[in-house]
Design a protein around this ligand. Structure first.
Ligand SMILES: [Zn+2]
Length: 360
């Protein structure tokens, strides 16, 4: 997809620690307008990308952005170099704890966080937990999270549910948002089990595996007391992944204790009966952006709509997919659907199919 491209200047590269301790480089750019928004930073994915692209600090760079996609640096415009560009230095110590950095396999990681339960990735852990498909607390953005972490108010996801109005007032710097944020956090106590589980950020799991684990084990208690063998009973978890997940469960159990004490939902829904509705027994994938009758439905809302209409919502087209719904800027999934002989349907036709289940 060509998207929109502009030339900017790479002012600096800053490093953040990800959830699992991976050091993630981010490009600080001279402000440039792309596709209607002002871009001042872009992802660089990983250090090997910097090497592969041959980027230097001060370079003129081509930047792209399409729709909601995070801006990306495509590469340097080398003929515009002046000779004043500088080499980008990779970190030799963790930018948060100053501890040892392991580099290998193209990844730079904070050893404390990756191997010793360190906390350098905590802001990333909390930001992930607050995400729409996890706890869905939209008032909990990067700034508030950093303030909470710096104040020592939060050491894990469980602590979020034990914050006082005073602590939130301080973290929001008296902006008047604290009461609203506290209400959002309280509302998040009622999220479905799979979302709460996903929020715990267990390495080796994501939205889909969390959902399968929740359906399989039915309670958080059953999840945290599972051993590797029990975990292999979940579709999509093989022996290696089961070991990886099992190793993390003692840490997870401590967080779950805090969730239980705060009254967070830790019980799954009763097993559903046979699905009914126009999408019963159908596995449905959506691609592109809804711009017509379903314009109000983003990716998450579309999944909910599919479930409500009796179907199963999936991210990727496979041989098992029943239906591919195509919106604007539909991507490579269309070709994949053609390859597997999967039926595709326009947004308009799909809207008619599920008309009884849409809110408008
Ligand atoms: Zn560190």
């Amino acid at each position: 997809m060509p998207g929109f491209e502009r030339i900017s200047r790479l002012l600096d590269v800053v490093w953040a620690v990800g959830r699992t301790g991976i050091l993630a480089p981010r490009a600080v750019l001279e402000a440039v307008e792309i596709d209607g928004s002002v871009v001042t930073s872009a992802t660089l994915h990983n250090p090997t990308d910097i090497t592969r692209l041959g980027l230097m600090k001060g370079d003129r760079v081509t930047v792209t952005k399409a729709g909601d996609i995070i801006p990306q640096v495509i590469g340097p415009v080398t003929y515009m170099r002046t000779g004043a560009e500088e080499e980008i230095v990779f970190p030799t110590v963790c930018p948060v704890c100053g501890g040892a950095v392991n580099s290998g396999k193209g990844r730079w990681t904070c050893d404390e966080t990756a191997n010793k339960d360190g906390m350098c990735g905590l802001p990333a852990v909390l930001l992930y937990a607050a995400g729409r498909e996890q706890l869905d607390i939209d008032g909990l953005g990067p700034t508030v999270i950093n303030n909470l972490v710096e104040a020592g108010a939060v050491t894990d996801v469980g602590d979020l549910f034990h914050l006082s109005l005073d602590q939130l007032t301080e973290a929001t710097r008296g902006s008047g948002e604290a009461a609203n944020l506290l209400a959002q956090i309280n509302a998040a106590k009622n999220r479905p089990l799979d979302q709460v589980l996903c929020a715990l950020g267990i390495a080796g799991t994501g939205r889909e595996i969390s959902e399968r684990m929740a359906n399989h084990f039915r309670t958080m208690e059953a999840v945290v007391t599972a051993d590797a063998e029990a975990l292999t009973g979940v579709d999509g978890i093989g022996a290696t992944k089961a070991q990886q997940i099992a190793r993390q469960l003692p840490r997870v159990a401590k967080v779950v204790k805090k969730l239980a004490a705060a009254g967070v939902n830790l019980i799954g829904d009763a097993p559903a009966g046979p699905a009914t509705g126009p999408l019963a027994e159908k596995i449905v994938v959506v691609t592109g952006t809804m711009t017509g009758p379903l314009v109000a439905y983003d990716r998450v809302a579309m999944k909910q709509l599919i479930k409500t209409a009796g179907g199963q919502a999936k991210d990727d087209v496979t041989k098992k997919t029943s239906l591919l719904v195509t919106g604007e800027r539909a991507g490579s999934k269309v070709a994949k659907a053609a390859k597997y002989g999967v039926e595709t349907i326009t947004e308009e036709a799909f809207a008619v199919m599920v008309a009884d289940f849409t809110s408008s």
